[in-house]
Design a protein around this ligand. Structure first.
Ligand SMILES: Nc1ncnc2c1ncn2[C@@H]1O[C@H](COP(=O)(O)OP(=O)(O)OP(=O)(O)O)[C@@H](O)[C@H]1O
Ligand SMILES: [Mg+2]
Length: 363
């Protein structure tokens, strides 16, 4: 029986990539053979339509969980994505949000008790507000991913969000942690994007997730086809970014202990008190490491015989085509001499057959 981890994706700022992250992170985790439940806790129900479910065709939705009138299992639907199920959202959630007489912050947590051990991960897409529905998600969650768009107003509202998380942790859910702040819609053509990243890294340090989600047109196109980016354009950079994110989240789940939100949050709140200004004077960050993989321990040969999924879980997919039988990874060494090393992985019947190292000279 899997030990489930419940992650809420939240930021009361609108349009920062919450739903895009909820859909593609949960699909990527499913591709990496995790059992995943996506919960659409936003009355806009964008995650539901984005994964190809028409709410008007569905008898049950998350609304039933808040009304407590049926078994949770009945609200869990299949999707076309491997290992991914969904509890769909509904426009009727908006009524629940304003109907204060029924408000119970433990409602979602209680409803999930009966299904949560069927899943490795439960991902909750929150609405752009800090109202009743989002608070319910925070009470049910083990951790929170905060997507932040790489732009100058990135920190707007972050202080309020962090102070709300602190209050929920104190009064309702002492286990709650911050999974990480996720940089979204990064565009390397815009120099201010890397300035924003540098500033956030300075202030939030290891709360920033290593994976950065780049701006990628396929990520914005896929929902109109009712699918994650993996069924739309598996080889695009957006797909690679979300596979890397899911690997990072899986690694965190298995790591021994997450850093304590309780210790960090007073310091973070203090730092954000006067408003952190995003300075333009910082030099462009070298983001090379973001798109390369360090294989410095040189134990590539251990990959021989591994499945494609295993290779993805070790190295990410980067720019490779899932169905190709030759994959290539750039190896980053600190020394100049070996800077342009590439690792070629040759598959036979979806298993690594042999491996070659090649060195190229670029003019
Ligand atoms: N990495 C990306 N590259 C390109 N477009 C993106 C990316 N991430 C999100 N978008 C687009 O930005 C818009 C807002 O994204 P999304 O709906 O995920 O944000 P949200 O935080 O869920 O919004 P809301 O607050 O309304 O729920 C959408 O049109 C989406 O397709
Ligand atoms: Mg959304």
């Amino acid at each position: 029986m899997p030990l489930s981890k419940i992650i809420a994706i939240a930021n009361q700022k609108g349009g920062v990539g919450k739903t895009t992250t909820a859909i593609n992170l949960s699909s990527a985790l499913g591709i990496l053979e995790q059992k995943v439940l996506l919960i659409d806790a936003d009355p806009q129900a964008n995650a539901t339509s984005g994964i190809g479910i028409l709410t008007k065709n569905e008898a049950y939705s998350i609304v039933n969980l808040f009304e407590g009138d049926i078994k949770t299992q009945l609200c869990v639907l299949d999707t076309h994505s491997p290992n991914l199920k969904i509890i769909p959202g509904s426009i009727k959630l908006a009524e629940i949000e304003i109907n204060i007489k029924h408000q119970n912050l433990n409602q979602l947590k209680t409803a999930l008790e009966t299904v949560k051990n069927e899943f490795d991960f439960i991902i909750i897409d929150c609405s752009p507000s800090l109202g009743y529905l989002t608070l319910n998600s925070f009470v049910a969650a083990d951790s929170i991913i905060i997507p932040v768009q790489c732009e100058f107003y990135a920190l707007d509202g972050l202080r309020r969000l962090l102070s709300t998380i602190k209050r929920v942790k104190k009064s309702f859910n002492s286990n709650l942690t911050i999974e990480g702040i996720l940089m979204t819609m990064y565009d390397n053509r815009l120099s201010h994007n890397s300035h924003v990243i540098n500033e956030l890294k300075t202030h939030f340090k290891d709360l920033i997730l290593k994976t950065i989600i780049k701006r990628n047109v396929s990520l914005s196109e896929a929902p109109s086809f009712g699918t994650s980016v993996f069924n739309y354009k598996i080889n695009c950079e957006g797909a690679t970014n979300y596979l890397n994110l899911s690997q990072e989240i899986m690694n965190k789940k298995t790591s021994i202990k997450q850093s304590s939100l309780g210790k960090k949050i007073p310091q973070i709140l203090k730092e954000t008190e006067d408003g952190i200004s995003i300075k333009c004077s910082i030099k462009d960050e070298n983001l090379e490491t973001v798109k390369t993989f360090s294989l410095e321990d040189k134990n590539y040969y251990k990959l021989i015989g591994c499945s494609k999924n295993k290779v993805i879980s070790q190295l990410g997919l980067v720019y490779n085509y899932l169905h190709s039988d030759v994959w290539m990874y750039r190896i980053s060494y600190k020394t100049r001499l070996f800077r342009k090393n590439f690792l070629y992985i040759y598959f036979n019947k979806n298993k690594v057959d042999h491996i070659k190292l090649r060195r190229f000279k670029f003019s």
